[in-house]
Ligand binder design. Structure first.
Ligand SMILES: NC(=O)C1=CN([C@@H]2O[C@H](COP(=O)(O)OP(=O)(O)OC[C@H]3O[C@@H](n4cnc5c(N)ncnc54)[C@H](O)[C@@H]3O)[C@@H](O)[C@H]2O)C=CC1
Ligand SMILES: CC(=O)C(=O)O
Ligand SMILES: [Mg+2]
Length: 375
């Protein structure tokens, strides 16, 4: 298969879809690789390393899209990439369609095959291609929160860990999955008093067994959330309903009950956010303020630590990329149910329920596109 790796063009996105090691692995399986010049630079990989691994380096993004049967990247295509996408081209990347109406329509119109990292799902319900970036974003969330709690950055001016004789900050984590667990662990390590909420009692039981004493678990419901946000200094949004829009657990009206200078880090922003007032921001301009509450809603948090994130992401994606390249997307998706669940939009049809529901579009059974597929 002919595989292309374009340079990411989202704001401050320094990750890349394949490392030189990934290129070498795909070459070993007989595939042809085209990498856009400087695509790996932000993650520490020079063009020459890709060439040594067996890729051809191309000067422009147009050439990469024009050559490739499969594009392997990190973030969703940006508007300027839409016209480059060809009918039947396989795009293997994050999409987060449920928070991108324009993107959804653009991919329908391009008749591409969109296999979304974030909805590839194992029978255990784990999301193997989201986990590594959720680990990164979860660990970053208290770090970013601590920063924006500083007074010059418009926060309350409280140190997460306190000092001897002064109480630590209170951190509330909504969602106890990958992001939430990592966030709670790091916030606790910094000395904060942490409450973590989820609707899964089993998950809360597990956390209760291994979290340090300064992390308490609480069932997630509106009553408990309303009480907890009144005293929290930092709130981290980490809920997910796979492939669907996130539920709004904190509404605009609830902001008024919080302390001025409270910081909200809504990691779930890429699925629309679990805080009603959250709108996607960029690393260049990460925060905005509503009702004296600092909102941090960067949709590609791991992009800021590409030396860690690119390796973590490609460790997980590469085996799937190899499978897709060796078998073609149709056969790979027929054989591997986890990959099949990654199919979101195929040849102009929406095949993922959460996306169809988000934008009120007809849902086509994924089996139909697999049976009907001739390429
Ligand atoms: N902004 C960014 O750069 C990044 C964002 N993310 C996003 O972070 C979000 C969380 O991802 P993961 O932790 O991997 O998901 P996960 O599936 O591991 O965890 C989500 C948790 O939310 C819980 N949940 C669902 N409804 C809830 C409710 N009403 N109250 C409390 N908990 C509830 C679920 O039970 C589950 O434990 C996703 O939207 C993901 O896309 C992930 C990585 C980077
Ligand atoms: C998961 C995701 O959206 C990211 O890593 O940017
Ligand atoms: Mg995201």
């Amino acid at each position: 298969m002919i595989i292309g790796v374009p340079k990411e063009i989202k704001n401050n996105e320094n990750r890349v879809g394949l490392t030189p090691a990934g290129v070498a692995e795909l070459r070993k399986h007989g595939h042809e690789l085209y990498v856009q010049s400087t695509a790996g630079l932000g993650s520490g990989f020079q063009d020459a390393e890709y060439e040594e691994a067996g890729a051809t380096v191309l000067a422009t993004i147009e050439e990469v899209y024009a050559k490739a049967e499969m594009i392997v990247k990190v973030k969703e295509p940006i508007a300027q990439e839409y016209p480059l996408i060809k009918e039947n081209q396989l795009l293997f990347t994050y999409f987060h369609f449920a928070s991108g109406e324009e993107l959804t329509h653009a991919m329908i119109e391009r008749k591409a095959v969109c296999l979304a990292y974030e909805t590839v799902e194992l029978p255990s319900r784990a999301l193997p291609l989201l986990i590594p970036m959720s680990e990164v974003a979860g660990r970053m969330a208290p770090q970013e929160g601590a920063k924006y709690l500083e007074k010059p950055l418009k926060g309350r001016g409280i140190l997460l860990g306190g000092v001897p004789g002064v109480k630590p900050a209170e951190v509330l984590v909504l969602g106890a999955g990958i992001v939430g667990t990592q966030a709670a662990k790091i916030a606790a390590g910094l000395g904060a008093q942490v409450t973590i909420m989820d609707i899964s009692l089993n998950r809360l039981r597990e956390l209760d067994d291994f979290m340090p004493k300064n992390v308490v678990t609480q069932y997630s419901n509106e009553y408990n959330i309303r009480a907890a946000i009144k005293t929290a200094d930092l709130i981290i949004g980490a809920v997910l309903i796979p492939g669907a829009k996130a539920p709004h657990l904190i509404t605009r009206e609830m902001l008024k009950t919080m302390k001025p200078g409270t910081v909200l880090v809504d990691v779930a922003v890429d699925q629309g956010g679990c805080i009603e007032t959250c709108k996607p921001t960029t690393h260049e301009n990460p925060t905005f303020i509503i009702d004296d509450i600092v909102h941090y809603c960067v949709a590609n948090m791991p992009g800021a630590v590409p030396y860690t994130s690119t390796l973590a992401l490609t460790n997980a994606t590469l085996p799937y990329a190899v499978k897709l390249a060796n078998l073609g997307w149709q056969e790979a998706c027929r054989r591997d149910e986890a990959l099949r669940l990654g199919l979101n939009v195929v040849h102009g049809e929406v095949v993922y329920k959460g996306v169809a529901e988000a934008w009120n579009l007809p849902l086509v059974d994924v089996q139909n596109v697999l049976e009907g597929a001739t390429v």
